[in-house]
Write a protein that binds this ligand. Structure first.
Ligand code: TXA
Ligand code: MG
Length: 294
């Protein structure tokens, strides 16, 4: 459901549930799986999910609740969906400064994954009416909480680099961050645009080759199937993204299954053809990146 934050309205779902997260991408019509921000009621909840450090603590003390998102390594036992972080080893966490959002987060007692509640490529919504206009009946419920006060998205700050690096400018300025941290970098390229997560070194790519549009599998390969796969014989291992050809189910399984098949005793992962409809476009985008050698 859509809910208000101080920056823009978010389209939220249970971050620990792959299918719920897949439904976010489906509703937005995103052509890619951009990693999502995980919303939490307080810093304690964030510390359960990511490798916390002193810098994170001092930033949280000063700016949370508020429009600052921190990128930190996922904990080993982190139960947030891999789809929510687009297969990355890091996680974006933030505590929104809005009474309705905080009440919601405390009531559900679950991390909530939420991008801005607009159709992909459209303006971010700052009122519940914007959300209704952009997403209509694609969203089950809109929790109305007035006009978003900040109106621009949160600042995304990467704390996994040597020098803290702004990946996206937003509600907390570089100057404010520098007052606390000293030196702060801004990611290369157009500094007003988010650094494409596909370009981040930490973006997960399998260690073994990925072969697309496979109609057969070699004896030492693993097969990542989609739809009926009985007619393909062999392979060392096989998992099926969705036997019934359901795109949301396939998206929900994508990153977890790729990791499961990414074993040194497989010579590669053969992936069956996936139709480029609906979430298929995002799935194929990700698979294409995964199949391109680094
Ligand atoms: O103010 C906001 O941040 C709003 C409200 C709803 O909280 N949310 C928002 O989400 O703007 P979204 O999905 O539109 O933008 C998330 C940004 C993207 O630029 C994405 O690339 C980045 O955060 N991001 C998320 N996880 C990341 C990660 N692990 N590493 C690097 N960047 C990440
Ligand atoms: Mg957005």
């Amino acid at each position: 459901m859509a809910f208000p934050t101080e920056t823009v309205y978010g389209l939220g779902a249970d971050a620990t549930n792959d299918k719920a997260v897949a439904s976010i991408y489906a509703a937005k019509g995103r052509p890619q799986f951009n990693p999502l921000i995980i919303h939490l009621p307080d810093a304690h909840a964030a510390r359960d999910l990511v490798e916390w450090n002193e810098t994170a603590q001092s930033l949280a003390d000063q700016f949370w609740p508020g429009p600052l998102t921190l990128i930190l390594p996922r904990k080993k036992d982190c139960h947030v969906s891999l789809l929510a972080s687009a297969g990355m080893d890091t996680l974006a966490v933030r505590v929104p400064h809005h009474p309705v959002a905080l009440e919601l987060l405390k009531a559900v007692a679950l991390p909530i994954a939420a991008p801005s509640a607009n159709a992909s490529g459209k303006l971010s919504p700052t009122t519940p009416v914007h959300v209704a206009e952009s997403l209509g009946d694609k969203v089950d419920m809109i929790l109305a909480g007035g006009k978003a006060q900040v109106g621009v998205e949160s600042t995304v700050l990467n704390l996994t680099s040597k020098v803290p690096t702004i990946l996206r400018h937003g509600g907390v300025t570089k100057e404010k961050l520098e007052q606390l941290l000293g030196k702060v970098d801004v990611a290369d390229g157009n500094s007003d645009a988010p650094l494409s997560p596909g370009m981040l070194a930490s973006h997960y790519a399998p260690n073994i080759p990925v072969r697309l549009n496979a109609s057969s599998v070699n004896a030492d390969e693993a097969l990542l199937a989609f739809g009926p796969d009985r007619f393909i014989r062999g392979g060392k291992a096989r998992l099926n993204l969705s036997e019934r050809g359901d795109m949301e189910e396939a998206a929900a399984n994508l990153f977890a299954m790729m990791r499961q098949l990414d074993k040194p005793d497989h010579t590669g992962i053969a992936v069956m053809e996936i139709p480029n409809v609906g979430l298929g476009a995002a799935i194929n985008d990700r698979l294409k990146r995964a199949s391109t050698p680094a």
